[in-house]
Design a protein around this ligand. Structure first.
Ligand code: SF4
Length: 381
């Protein structure tokens, strides 16, 4: 999607500190750093940046723990210069930490949480919505009735990562190559929908900036940031372990494709639509309750409790059956390569449910073999 050739001027310092990732914020932050003599050493160890580092830690923890992005509320008052410094430099510090992690999945997760935070503010920040939209979107206009419309090409590109029927083109009103963002309800007002679309673009920008920091990070700086990096890595690892062990019974029989989808979601990796439907369908088929299946999606980059609950319940109600191996392979959802898993390498293996049955049969055979010879039903009846 082409970026706007010229971006609107934004000089309001409260706005720039609320959205410190905006391209318009770069010059302001540099000026603030010079005015307050904040260099890298001060940011990392200086006393005046202590509160910014604390806020950065909570931004990072929220990106792993919170269900709706980083906490919107700053710990300072952004109507004071001190509060604005705190907000802007906490973002910069958090970005350095994820950059030092050398972990693109962690960066994606953090970018997702920061973008979600910005979306939550923007939905209500109508005074800045238009300028921020025009920073990222080429074709955006407001109708006389106050509703927004967005160019078809922009809409299609931004919707790729958003699930839900309202974001599918056949369900939208299109007029002269513009997609009309109609008001629906409080959450999906026209402005709310625009903010949701913007989140996708903001997430990409935040992520790309952090990756470029990661690529240019020198060893010495990475070492100085090893403590906060270790903290956030440890948190992610514990959440991943929780997700995998959440359902004790039978998980040793789950096929690699199912484990892959669960593990990726729990690490905040965006599993594609086919993989998500497969995970919900196989969970239903093997008897997991919908609540457990919903849990699997809780760390997904675009997790929304209402939408996920609706979609999982819909799949359960309609009794979707999981796709077979050929389709999972074509859609990049197979969990193995040749040699990784002997069962998956079998020529007859064409469905994950066959994998589960084969595992169960093999285990029950092993259990029977372990039984004493005089135990009833110890052999085939
Ligand atoms: S071969 Fe089939 S069962 Fe095995 S991981 Fe791939 S899709 Fe799943």
């Amino acid at each position: 999607m082409p970026k706007p050739l010229a971006i609107p001027e934004l000089t309001d310092e409260v706005t720039l500190s609320r959205y410190p990732f905006l391209p318009q914020a770069t010059g302001w932050i540099t000026k603030m750093a010079m005015k307050h003599e904040i260099d890298l050493d001060i940011l990392l160890d200086g006393e005046i940046m202590e509160r910014a580092r604390i806020r950065a830690r909570s931004r990072l923890i929220d990106s792993v723990d919170a269900e709706d992005g980083v906490d919107v509320a700053s710990i300072g008052d952004i109507h004071t210069e001190e509060g604005r410094l705190l907000e802007a430099f906490s973002f910069y510090y958090a970005r350095l930490v994820v950059g030092a992690s050398d972990d693109e999945r962690l960066i994606s997760r953090w970018a997702q949480a920061e973008a979600e935070r910005a979306q939550n503010i923007l939905t209500k920040d109508l005074a800045n919505l238009e300028n921020i939209a025009k920073t990222y979107i080429t074709q955006i206009k407001r109708e006389e009735n106050g509703e927004w419309k967005i160019g078809l090409a922009d809409f299609v590109e931004l919707c790729i990562g958003i699930s839900g029927p309202r974001w599918r083109l056949p369900n939208c009103e299109i007029k002269d190559s513009w997609v009309l963002l109609h008001d629906e309800d409080e959450k999906y007002s026209s402005s709310g929908k625009l903010a949701r679309l913007l989140r996708e673009r903001m997430k990409d920008e935040i992520k790309n900036d952090a990756i470029s920091k990661m690529n240019s990070m020198d060893e010495g700086l990475a070492i100085r940031l090893s403590e906060p990096v270790g903290m956030i890595r440890g948190l992610v690892a514990s959440r991943t372990a929780n997700a995998i062990s959440m359902v004790g019974a039978g998980k040793e029989d789950w096929p690699p494709c199912m484990k892959k989808a669960i593990a990726e979601l729990s690490q905040g990796i965006n599993v594609n639509h086919f993989g998500r439907v497969f995970l919900a369908a196989i969970s239903r088929t093997i008897g997991l309750p919908p609540e457990t299946t919903i849990e699997f999606f809780k760390s997904a980059p675009d997790y929304n409790e209402g939408t996920t609950t609706y979609q999982v319940n819909h799949l359960y109600d309609r009794e979707y059956v999981p796709a077979g191996c050929p389709k999972l392979k074509v859609n990049h959802n197979c969990g193995v390569k040749t040699g990784d898993d002997r069962l998956c390498d079998q020529p007859w293996m064409d469905h994950p449910l066959k994998y589960i049955r084969a595992k169960q049969r093999r285990r029950s055979k092993q259990n029977v073999e372990k039984l004493p010879a005089n135990t009833p039903y110890s052999g085939d009846a």
